[in-house]
Design a protein around this ligand. Structure first.
Ligand SMILES: C[S@@+](CC[C@H](N)C(=O)[O-])C[C@H]1O[C@@H](n2cnc3c(N)ncnc32)[C@H](O)[C@@H]1O
Length: 280
């Protein structure tokens, strides 16, 4: 039995139970060495629920019929919402310069749907929208952008559309000036751009939530699989694959790879970027 700084008692077995339950629900995997980090992130919630042990908190999440709102709090507590504008732009440029023209050359009337599947506070889908607008696509063709995250707090922030200086570290200054207005608390994205995106919460481990959005032709799911177990990645990728049309394009971050896993996606280099493609 150990104690965290807030005098919460924990045992390795209670943390393992809690870890496994959270992993099953969210895909996020705190390997053995990081169990205490997980405990640390959850300690505020354990106290807020009036408990002094992690085992009691485990019982609440596992068995309480009213645990759903607490699961939202868990997602917020363990989420790592680090992101910024113009991140890994080679993939976004491959979308804008190659995939979008290809799509509208082959099927003119049907809208192209793009889904940013773990968008944190929204910088990734807004980057996609800016790049598409800069290339003139919004005037020329029907494009729908969906953006979601498992953390309700992240999506609430995305819906606000207000960003601090750090988020702009990669974005050309001219684009910051064009698409954002400075306010006292930061920079607010222009409503015309912000409203192009449909914001929602989706847990990537919940098939009923994933399936409707995974019918998109293009999915960006970047910098989230680094936190997932292999089993959880395989499951999510399978959900994407089953729902996506052909051709379907999945972008994951450069630091991530599906090579160790068996998937039906084919890895291709398109416009200088790596993309997982669902082919006929
Ligand atoms: C590091 S951010 C990535 C943001 C953006 N895609 C990027 O590349 O800049 C990771 C996000 O994944 C989200 N996440 C983690 N597990 C998730 C899950 N099971 N379902 C949906 N989102 C999840 C977190 O809430 C967090 O906002």
């Amino acid at each position: 039995m150990g104690f965290l700084s807030q005098n919460l008692s924990y045992s390795d077995s209670a943390l393992t139970l809690l870890h496994d339950l959270i992993h099953e629900r969210t895909g996020i995997n705190y390997q053995n060495a990081h169990r205490e980090l997980l405990a640390d992130k959850l300690s505020t919630r354990v106290i807020a629920c009036g408990f002094n042990s992690f085992l009691d908190y485990y019982y609440l999440l596992k068995y309480d019929t009213n645990a759903e709102p607490e699961w939202q709090q868990v997602m917020d507590a363990i989420s790592v919402p680090e992101t910024f504008f113009w991140r890994e732009m080679d993939q976004v440029q491959a979308l804008v310069r190659v995939l979008v023209p290809q799509y509208f050359a082959s099927q003119s009337a049907k809208p192209l749907r793009i889904w940013s599947a773990a968008c944190a506070s929204g910088e990734e889908p807004l980057t996609i929208a800016i790049a598409l607008n800069e290339a003139g696509w919004f005037e020329r063709a029907p494009i729908e952008i969906y953006a979601s995250d498992g953390s309700p707090r992240a999506i609430a922030k995305a819906k606000q559309g207000l960003y601090r200086e750090r988020a702009f570290r990669n974005l050309p200054v001219s684009l910051q000036a064009k698409y954002f207005q400075q306010e006292q608390e930061g920079w607010r994205v222009l409503p015309e751009l912000h409203s192009r995106i449909k914001w929602t919460t989706v847990n990537l481990m919940a098939s009923v939530e994933v399936q409707p959005l995974a019918t998109a032709s293009v999915i960006f799911c970047r910098n989230v699989f680094i936190y997932f177990s292999e089993k959880a990645i395989s499951r999510t990728v399978r959900l994407f694959f089953d729902a996506m049309p052909t051709p379907g394009y999945l972008f994951i971050a450069a630091a991530e790879s599906l090579l160790k896993l068996t998937t039906d996606f084919e890895l291709q280099e398109i416009g200088g970027a790596f993309v997982y493609v669902k082919i006929e």
